[in-house]
Write a protein that binds this ligand. Sequence first.
Ligand code: TXA
Ligand code: MG
Length: 335
Amino acid sequence: MTELDRDLREAVDALRAGQLVGLPTETVYGLAADARNTQAVARIFAAKGRPADHPLIVHLASADQLDDWAREIPEAARRLAAAFWPGPLTLILKRQPDVPDAVTGGQDTVGLRVPAHPVAHAVLSAFGGGLAAPSANRFGRISPTTAAHVREELGDAVAVVLDGGGCEVGIESTIVDLSRGVPVMLRPGRVSASELSRVLGEAVLTPEAPDATAPRASGTLASHYAPNTPVRLLDAAALYVAAAAAARAGQRIGVLSRTLIDDAPAHGSVWLQLPNDPVGYAHRLYCDLRRLDQCGASVLLIEAPPQRAEWRAVNDRLQRAAADRPADGEGLPKP
Ligand code: TXA
Ligand code: MG
């Protein structure tokens, strides 16, 4: 038996015993529990410090299991599943009556996803049932994209953390709600609105702000995905000015840039440059934010990407990281 086989077996045993498992997926690491076991699901909320009325995504080995969890499944769902599963897309559908309230937050819908990561697939196939799995971070914090991040976030609350390497996509799945007649994107991700619309043959609504009737989604809270250090999103020119002022004042800053480079950052400041394309950028975003958050900076300056459709998912995460932070200019010396 290989080491991975042993780890897989240990993970499946832990899941059957109602324990939590750190699970690699192609988007971010999940904190998985048996979705039919309400005590196990309660452990997820306790470990994350997450409010109990926030619904969880149920992960499945295959789209063949859709009918075990959802009812009145529209043709649109079958089409999206055929086109994008296994992959970084979550479908919100009307739930089967026996799906535990603990999973759905008491709503009449359930979120379902078939992940593409081979380790997630192996665990789901061996386990057989659905696994409820939010991102494996503490509530409101940055999602983990490596096994080490999961340990950092959750420590001993997780029985087993499977190491599947760094996550390829790097940000959470696209969520599309198909329970309300018209398809509505609740969370942008790697699968874009135009790709969804092309497969569906109709427009997918992309509300900039979720309306009052939208189901609760913790990823839609303004200050989600936040580092501890205050974050400011700036264009290149403003970032350059702010960084120069910080250097003059002897202030340590963290910078996440796309185009700017500082070869010799002053006062222990750290500059990281991300690829200037949305896929490469998303892949590294959380990992680099985590690094910057730990460098002892008083503020993180992020070079804002363009406001274009292909950057939508990245911009969504950056805006949330920067939300509820000190007003513009606070914490920085005046230029
Ligand atoms: O990529 C992902 O989706 C990752 C990996 C682990 O699969 N999971 C993830 O889970 O991001 P979580 O719990 O961090 O975010 C799932 C989002 C939450 O904002 C939740 O409120 C929303 O999905 N959600 C789940 N079920 C829902 C439902 N029935 N209606 C509306 N939103 C739902
Ligand atoms: Mg999350």
